[in-house]
Design a protein around this ligand. Structure first.
Ligand SMILES: [Zn+2]
Length: 549
């Protein structure tokens, strides 16, 4: 979203959920046998954790054998490379940041950063609770408000990742952070005290938690919300769950043990009854397909070379040199000539500061990001802020409104700003942007050094058009990761702004506040340069895909 255009984003609804999210996963009480966590027989433990979850908190029997393809994975050496998985993700425009966090590389080599992880726990949210004879007809569509991931990220639910019924995911906590999502991993199989603390500490980091969005109903008026839809999860939800499982296992360097929440916590008192109506066979099918797709993915060399296949896509959160590797235009693809002048704009960058000033949403609840007081005040003034968590994941927040109470007095950072403005800033509330670096027109995600803002009358450059600026080609750019790349000269009209008129374009530089292209960005009307429209369907398709949130 460009400066001065904050009107098109607004959640448009409020949640009446206070407190309810704290108790996700309805309770059940049936006591059954606990799994042999401390035994050395991994096969027996893995099978025990896959006991099917039935209605009312009952468990089915332990499978006699570990089902395929898990039988060929669990306990065997990791056979999927991070590079192949990244190529698979790039080709589908999926952002690692939405899969529990970016992969970690040191000195160009992939590092297993989840060395303690052992279990991968499936949950259903058991929410919202529907007091009606049927589930709403639209629970598997984008119109259902609980398929908005921003809604879930704003809740205090202890989990790593949420997956909505459209198969989209969002990271609440990096897989590398300890999250207590079960009674067992919090040590609650021991009474309160030193032994409970000892067990919780010993189990810290071993459990990865995934919440699958699933509403509940009551099977009869006297019971709790015990009924899930049938099937409990959509096929796309299970596809994304398979991808999350592979991503976590690759980062761990070993195949994690998939586990149903109830199977982990049984027979503890008040163990949760989730996930309901989970079709393990469908998930295993997703996993099989995914593993063969990843195996077939072709790894694109990072940097150098001009033979990058054009079929792939990139996601804004994980740009690499290979994403700026498009070949030079030819006489056939070079279209009409343009004379333009340019400015540039960036998103204010901030670092996540645990215990800092939280960014609040329209409903007055934290959006799950907090920053220093100085960063908060600058974000309120700028209207957009990109918060990085230091583990490679960036989330961008846009100004939403100035409702609610005063949060912070920014006068000490802006001593010359009028009191009325300071009072307004104090009540700034935000919303989650769709792309890692913010949202442009038509819901497109902004991509650093690729997106440009153009006149909103779309003259002379329409939204979605590709232009080539010869003076940008070969210029060094600083990527959000800190790496550098050579720009290929192509730009994409994905944004607009009230001050952008006619042949003026505004180049988006991500979180980089310095002029990325002093060669042609002169920030004055007389500082014109030459550009060309590009008529190349392969390049247009690739840049369109790169701007998909
Ligand atoms: Zn659960």
């Amino acid at each position: 979203m460009n400066r001065g255009d904050k009107t098109n984003m607004r959640l448009g609804f409020k949640l009446a959920v206070a407190g309810l999210f704290l108790s996700l996963c309805a309770s059940a009480s049936l006591a059954q046998v606990s799994c042999p966590f401390d035994a050395t027989d991994t096969d027996r433990l893995a099978r025990c954790l896959l006991r099917p979850v039935r209605r009312g908190g009952n468990l089915g029997s332990t499978p006699a054998t570990l089902p395929a393809p898990l039988d060929a994975l669990i306990g065997k050496p990791m056979n999927v490379s991070a590079e192949k998985l990244q190529a698979h993700l790039r080709a589908r425009g999926i952002n690692e940041a939405d899969l529990g966090g970016a992969f970690v590389f040191r000195g160009g080599r992939f590092v297993n950063d989840l060395t303690r992880a052992r279990y991968f726990v499936f949950h259903d949210t058991s929410f919202p609770e529907i007091n009606a004879p049927d589930f709403p007809a639209d629970i598997n569509t984008a119109s259902w408000r609980f398929n908005r991931l921003s809604v879930w990220l704003a809740t205090p639910t202890p989990t790593h990742v949420f997956v909505n019924r459209l198969g989209e995911s969002a990271t609440k906590a990096n897989f590398s952070q300890n999250v207590n999502g079960t009674k067992y991993d919090s040590g609650r199989d021991a009474p309160p005290g030193a032994e409970r603390r000892r067990r919780a500490a010993a189990r810290a980091g071993q459990f990865i938690h995934i919440e699958l969005v699933q509403p509940r109903r009551k099977s009869n008026p006297r019971t709790f919300f015990d009924l899930g839809p049938t099937p409990g999860m959509t096929a796309k939800q299970l596809d994304r769950l398979a991808l999350l499982y592979v991503a976590a296992s690759v980062r761990a360097g070993r195949w994690l043990l998939p586990a149903f929440h109830l199977a982990v916590d049984s027979p503890l008192r008040d163990a949760h009854d989730d996930p309901q109506n989970f079709d393990l066979d469908v998930w295993l099918g997703s996993l099989r397909t995914l593993l063969s797709d990843v195996e077939a993915a072709s790894v694109v060399p990072d940097g150098g070379g001009t033979d990058t296949p054009l079929g792939g896509t990139v996601s804004a959160g994980s740009l690499s040199a290979a994403d700026f590797n498009l070949p030079e235009p030819t006489a056939a693809t070079r279209g009409e000539r343009l004379t333009l002048w340019s400015t540039f704009y960036h998103v204010f960058p901030a670092r996540q500061l645990d215990g800092g000033q939280p960014l609040l949403g329209t409903n007055g609840r934290s959006l799950g990001a907090s920053v220093s007081a100085s960063d908060w005040c600058n974000a309120a003034l700028e209207g957009t802020v990109a918060v990085s968590n230091g583990a490679g994941a960036t989330r961008t927040f846009n100004f939403s409104d100035r409702g609610g109470g005063r949060q912070l007095d920014c006068s000490r950072f802006f001593p010359s700003v009028a009191r009325a403005t300071i009072n307004a800033l104090a009540r700034t509330r935000f919303e989650v942007a769709r792309g890692a670096f913010g949202t442009g027109v038509r819901g497109m995600a902004l991509v650093p050094y690729r997106s440009i803002a153009v006149d909103n009358r779309q003259r002379p450059i329409p939204f979605g058009a590709v232009i080539f600026i010869p003076q940008a080609r070969g210029k060094e750019i600083l990527l959000p990761s800190g790496a550098t790349a050579r720009h290929d000269g192509y730009f994409f009209a994905a944004d607009t702004g009230g001050l952008i008129k006619l042949n003026h374009i505004d180049v988006f530089s991500g979180t980089n506040a310095r002029n990325p292209f002093p060669e042609f960005i002169k920030s004055r009307e007389t500082g014109t340069f030459t550009a060309f429209f590009i008529n190349d369907p392969a390049i247009t398709a690739r840049l369109t895909a790169a701007h998909r949130p």
